[in-house]
Design a protein around this ligand. Sequence first.
Ligand SMILES: [Zn+2]
Length: 59
Amino acid sequence: MFWFQACPRCQGDLFRTQDLYGSYIACIQCGYILTEGEERALEHAEGQDLPSQEPSLAR
Ligand SMILES: [Zn+2]
């Protein structure tokens, strides 16, 4: 799985990989590893047609 130009640090390409500790998403260009929250946002955005702002949920 790849996300092109999605790195928050360098706008490089991200890819999902895994090691003994589990899977994670890292940047090909700069080696940045996404936080859990950033991963979730990325995978959440994937299923949406519009990459617009998330609607603020009413509390
Ligand atoms: Zn990067």
